[in-house]
Structures are given as C-alpha cells and as structure tokens.
Design a protein around this ligand. Structure first.
Ligand code: SF4
Length: 738
C-alpha cells in the first residue's frame, strides 16, 4: 500500500490528509485511514522534504477520538459544582438553558457580568472562540481577559524593540556558524514542526550548538556541544554581562549599531556602570546567575566573533516576573553583533510570525464583525500597542489573564470593572491552566452559572453547570497555519462527529438561533472557509488546497530571513518602530515612566527569586515545562501518551539527598498558595536549587485541597509581569518526602 496517497480511495478505505495543530507549537501532517466511517490508522508525512512529520500526540489521535471517556452528549450538573456528577440532556435543553442564563445575567447585572474566558485550543481560523465571541457580542457584550498565556513578555519586548513579531524560518539556522538555544527545548516543545530536523542537520554539519537552560533538556542532550545551567529569572543579567564583555573588548558591530539602531549609548552607559556605579561585568553576573564569569566571558567573545550566529530565544525564560527584559536584551545582543536581518543570524526572537502575513487569520477575524459593547476600541496598530497595554489594553479585554482568578473572586471589590456572574469557558481549561489554581477554584464557586465547551471531563467541565461537547479536528473542517506562518494547512474532516458532539461554529450557530439572532442563518462551515477564510488570501484554488492541504506562503527551497529588507534597504524599509530603527532605547517605554519597564533592557531582580526572604521557607525555584505526553492539558487520559512520560518532579541529587528523597519517592511540593503531590525524579539534569514539574496535569484535589495530579498551578503566583505577561516560571516552593 502506498503511503503517499492523498484523499484517494483504495477499495473501501480512504486515506485523508489533514493537518494537526494542537496548540503545541507544531503544524504537522496526518494521513488518516478511514474505513466505513471509522478511523483505522493514522500515519504521517513521508513525502518530499521538508516533511511535516507528526509527533506521538498526533499519531495517537485515533485513541483520543475513540476514547471511552470522551464527552459525546450535552450534560447538566446534578451534584455539587466540581463534584463531577452530571446527567445527559438534549442539545435543545442545553442551549435553551445557556441562552436563558445569558439573558438573565445580562438583564439583571448588565452584559459586563458575563465573562468569556477562552484560549486557542487548536490553532484554527474558524473553530476557535470567535463564533462564540460573535454570539455573545450580539447578545449585548461580555467582559474578557487580555494577555497571552504563552508569549506576552516576548510580544512586549519584540514590539518595543523591533516593532514586529517577525522571525526567520527555521531552515536558516543551517546558514549559521553558531547556534545559541536560550531556554529553548524543541525536542520536547516542538517550537515549529521540523526544528529538530534542522538542528540535526546543523549538528551533522559541525555547527556549534550551545544550550543555556536550568535543565539539561532533551535538546541539550541530543544536539548541544555545551550546556550552561543558569538560575531561573536571571537570563537578562547574563546577556547584559555578555554585552559588557563585547563593549569592553570593542567587539560590537559599530557600523550596524550606527546604521540600524537607536539608543546604544544609554545602554552602554548602563552596562559599563556609568549610570548606577555598577559595572555589569561577568563577575557581577556570576553572583546573580550562578554561571561562572569565565563561561560568560568565553561565550560573549565567541558569540561576537563567530558570524553569523543565531541566538534563538525560547518562551520559558520570558515567562518570568520581568521576562520582557530577557527578550529586549536578546535582541540587543543580536543587534550589537550585527546578526539581525542576515541569513544565519537571528534577531533573538523565537521566530514567531508577521501579522502582515496572516491572510487566513485576518479573514477569520472577519467573523467577529459585531463589536463587543462591553470592551470597546481595539488599539489600531502596533504604534498604540505598548501604551494601550500599559493602561490595561481595554481594546481586547479588561482583566489581565494572570488576574482572572482574582477578578472572578473579588469583582468590583477588588478594583475590577464588574462583579462577574456567568463564566463562559471556550477552548481553555479553566481553572487548570490558571495561576494560583486554588484561587481560581474559589472564583468559580462564586459564579452563578458556568458553561464550558469540552471534549473530556477536564477540570473545566467538572466545574461547569452545563457542558457542551465539541468534536475533534478530525470531525470538522478548518484552516490552520504553522507558527512561523511559512505555510497554511487545511484541516479536512475525516469522519462525522461522534455521538452528538458538534463544532464550535455549529454550537454558536444554534445558540444564536436560540437567542433570536439571524446572523448565522445561511452560513455553513464550508461556506465560511471557502468564501471568507481562503478567498481573498493568496490561495488561488480552494478545492486544490483541500486536496493538497499544505500551502507554502514562502517557497520551501530557500530560507526566509526576517528583517532582510530593513537591513538591505533601510531608506525604503524602515523598522516598524516610531524611530524606524531597532530601538535599544525606546522613547515609548521612557514616556510610560514605569521603572519595571525601563527604556533600555536591564536586569531587574525578581520577586520569589533566591534572594527573596520567602526563600528561607521555600528555598527551591520551581519552573514548569511543556510535557511530551500532552499538548498543555490535551491528551492527558490517553494510555498511549501516558506511557511516554512520568508526571514527576525533577530534583537535583544535592537537594534530594538533603531531604532524604530517593528517585520514585512520592513527595509533597508546597508553598503558601497550595500543595501538590507527585513522584520524585532525582537527576543531575536539573540545576541544584531548581525543581521542575510538567504543566497540564488535571487538577485532582483531595479533601484537604492537595492536588493529587502533580500539576504545578496550585503553586504558581497570580501576578502578571509588568507588560501583562503570564508568569509560570517564577515561584518558590519547598519539597518534602511524604
Ligand atoms: S501535537 Fe503538535 S507536534 Fe504533535 S503532531 Fe500535532 S501539531 Fe504536530
């Protein structure tokens, strides 16, 4: 049997090519074998390079579709909220109830009392939260949150410095002579499909790869020539000390700095200690980062003199209390060494996306053509982005995501715009994925009504009053895109939705009808994808796109180099910043006059770091990691995936021994916010003083509120970074043997 068939029928069996994008950082090809309406087998791309090969999660999707614990019918709570007792009801009754509650809460308390909490789920154009956004907007509006869970500090840092989120395509690392993976672990987190494939080629070509991370990650173990362990939350100090070495030894690319940047001089003044009397030397950084000064010196010299060099920043080090500074400092280092806009270099970015290249998403947003009367006036463009965020980013939402648990709990008494009564959960696992989870649960208890769209009895479903079952992406059509947007993908429906599950679009359509809005009449999933999402994009032929569901935005035969136009022709292609240059010094930030968001990148000592007085009681720094066996919380109950990884806490032998902990022991991890229990993994692959827990395990409290799932969010603090970012990697804990 050929493995390359695409949507061809072979006897009774069809092989349908579709694209997986499970909010994991990838966008991979699945070839789904279907016989008599049942998925029998899933394989992946084995065509021409670069193949878009799926990971274990994508290949296990058949088990997910047919999982015995999948939710296939609407449910109504019959026990206490959170107890998990439900009865099956009809769609008519479920939607009548939800529509009735939306009307009731709106009429009694005002539409601002309806809180929509959503995230992406799968990264798609149609069946994300937008259809529900439209219905709730039609119904009078709703409150919601702003601030990405994943990358808010990165967005802030990159827009302030470069005015754009653009990044080079991954294949360009093969043109580098040195690769610095800073808090970046694509072996586990994917960080774009094919990143590891290019890293393997880079390693085989002899390109030096250095990993800077508190963990000896699988990426470090597989690809690196050198691992530099670092104290969490101190990355900007090490980068600034590298800048000190480069300046002291006059290794900076002064011509590049003079031509393409503004504000190098005030940065230099800070780095050399002329601003505050503290030279930011490698010795200064050693006491903060625990990286030996000699290592910082050597790395700085090598990075500045090996050109081109790619400094690739992961998300994790940004997801800290002052993570904006890490991203700003990385871009500054790349500018100092002339590595921006050049093939083989990188702008210090994670390589995200350019909004100008989002035809499908832009068209998808047209779905949201009804303004939300509660949260008005989105910022027009990136020029207003930073000041708008500093004021609370009223355009998208009115509660910063990190503060949603507090807002639901305290409402107006806590200084929030409203008292929230109805929680609508779409494509997110609230409270599981929220900081300070125990507070999130308390907030849930305050709600008069909770409705969630879900596929499994997750914590988000368990705490709901009504659960509306959604189908998987193999049971509906959609358009997705790779994270770097080098290609778009068509998600082909492979089978009919199981049970009575429905797509987000279909649920919104039926809810709109219940509420008496005709706006969805005549709209179909296929029609929207054809006429709104694809039409008007650069995709010429919808049917061809469905048949060959990978549309390359760039030719795959050469790398895309971000900002190359700005470097080659600065007169006609300024950087999209107020000055038209890379802003090492940002006047926008200076005007905001916030010492936690200084105009030049600085090291700011973190709360809940090793020097916090709290460290006396909670001496270990907790960082969280993306597990291989789940995409956040997705796939948690699947036996095939559970086999791949233990939900355990990594602890260094030094810290384990002093606590009498051996590998496999069950341990209690706690601080003042909560307690979780899980097995210990005693390993030198984590720096002493640091422990790590995979995020996404499903909250399972015992009668004392101790989370038996071993998830980390009962421990994390619900405090945003100064730019509104989510802080999952700044948290002090203690660990004891049970
Ligand atoms: S889960 Fe992510 S990495 Fe795995 S196959 Fe799907 S898109 Fe690819």
């Amino acid at each position: 049997m050929s493995l390359n068939r695409e949507n061809q029928e072979t006897g009774e069996e069809k092989v349908i090519t579709t694209m997986c994008n499970s909010h994991c950082g990838g966008c991979c090809m699945l070839k789904v074998h279907v016989k008599e309406g049942v998925i029998t087998y899933i394989e992946t791309d084995d065509g021409d390079e670069p193949q878009l090969r799926a990971c274990v999660k994508g290949r296990a999707y058949r088990q997910r579709v047919y999982a015995p614990d999948r939710l296939l019918y609407p449910l109504r709570r019959i026990g206490e909220r959170g107890e998990g007792k439900f009865e099956r009801i009809s769609w008519d009754e479920a939607l009548e109830t939800v529509a009735g509650e939306v009307r009731r809460v709106r009429d009694i308390y005002g539409p601002e009392a309806i809180f929509l909490q959503s995230s992406a789920g799968d990264i798609v154009s149609l069946n994300g939260p937008l259809p529900i956004v439209k219905v709730l907007s039609l119904a009078g509006g709703f409150s919601t949150s702003w601030g990405l869970f994943s990358f808010e500090q990165g967005i802030y840092g990159e827009l302030a410095t470069l005015g754009s989120l653009d990044g080079s395509s991954r294949d360009d690392i093969l043109n580098s002579r040195m690769i610095l993976l800073w808090a970046c672990d694509p072996v586990s987190t994917v960080a774009h499909t094919n990143t590891t494939w290019y890293l393997a080629q880079a390693r085989d070509k002899g390109i030096k790869i250095i990993v800077i991370d508190p963990r000896y990650t699988d990426t470090a173990a597989t690809f690196s020539d050198q691992w530099i362990p670092i104290t969490p939350g101190t990355d900007s100090a090490m980068m600034i000390a590298m800048a000190h070495v480069i300046i002291r030894e006059n290794l900076q690319d002064q011509k590049f700095l003079d031509t393409y940047t503004v504000g190098f001089d005030p940065f230099k003044t800070y780095v050399m200690g002329d601003e505050d009397g503290i030279p930011k030397t490698p010795q200064w950084a050693e006491t903060i980062t625990s990286v030996p000064a000699s290592t910082i010196e050597a790395l700085a010299r090598e990075y500045a003199t090996t050109k081109p060099a790619a400094l690739i920043t992961g998300i994790a080090a940004g997801r800290t209390a002052f993570g904006e500074q890490y991203h700003r400092a990385a871009i500054t280092l790349a500018a100092m060494t002339g590595n921006i806009g050049k093939s083989g270099g990188t702008s210090g970015l994670r390589s995200w996306m350019s909004v100008s290249m989002l035809p499908a998403l832009k068209k998808g947003v047209l779905m949201m053509d009804v303004p939300n009367p509660v949260v008005k006036g989105p910022p027009a463009d990136f020029k207003t982005f930073l000041p708008a965020r500093a004021k609370g980013f009223k355009g998208i939402g009115n509660v910063v995501t990190a503060k949603v648990p507090d807002a639901l709990l305290r409402g107006k008494a806590g200084g929030y715009p409203a008292d929230y009564k109805l929680l609508f959960i779409v494509n997110t696992n609230y409270p599981n994925q929220y900081l300070n989870l125990n507070k999130a649960v308390e907030g849930l208890k305050r709600m008069e009504f909770v409705v969630t769209l879900e596929q499994f009895m997750t914590p988000a479903a368990k705490w709901a009053d009504i659960v509306l079952p959604t189908c998987t992406f193999l049971e509906k059509n959609d358009v997705t895109e790779s994270e770097r947007l080098t290609y778009l993908g068509f998600q082909n429906k492979c089978i009919e939705p199981l049970g009575e599950s429905k797509s987000q679009f279909q649920i919104a359509k039926e809810m709109a009808a219940k509420l008496g809005f005709p706006h969805f009449d005549g709209l179909t999933e296929e029609g929207i994808l054809r006429d709104v999402v694809v039409k008007g994009s650069t995709i010429a032929d919808y049917n061809h796109f469905k048949q060959k569901p990978v549309y390359r935005v760039y030719p795959s035969d050469r790398p895309y180099v971000a900002f190359s136009k700005q470097i080659e022709d600065p007169e006609n292609h300024p950087f999209p910043t107020p000055s038209g240059k890379i802003e090492i010094y940002s006047q926008q930030l200076a005007d905001m006059n916030n010492p936690d968001l200084p105009p030049i990148p600085k090291y700011i000592e973190s709360w809940e770091g090793p020097n916090d007085p709290l460290a006396k009681r909670f001496p270990l720094q907790l960082i969280t990691l993306h597990p291989k066996r789940r995409a956040h919380t997705q796939g948690e109950t699947l036996p095939w995936l559970r086999e791949t990884q233990l939900q355990g806490i990594q602890i260094n032998p030094v810290d384990a021994m002093s606590r009498g902990i051996a590998g496999g022991d069950r341990v209690k991890v706690y601080n003042d916010r909560g307690t979780t229990m899980l097995p210990a993994i005693v390993t030198k692959r984590i720096k002493p003083g640091v422990v790590t827990i995979p995020e996404g395990a499903w909250y399972d409290p015992d009668e004392d509120g101790v989370d038996r799932s071993g998830g980390p969010n009962v421990l994390t603090k619900d405090e945003p970074s100064p730019g509104g970012g989510y802080v999952t990697n700044t948290c002090l804990v203690q660990v004891v043997k049970v």
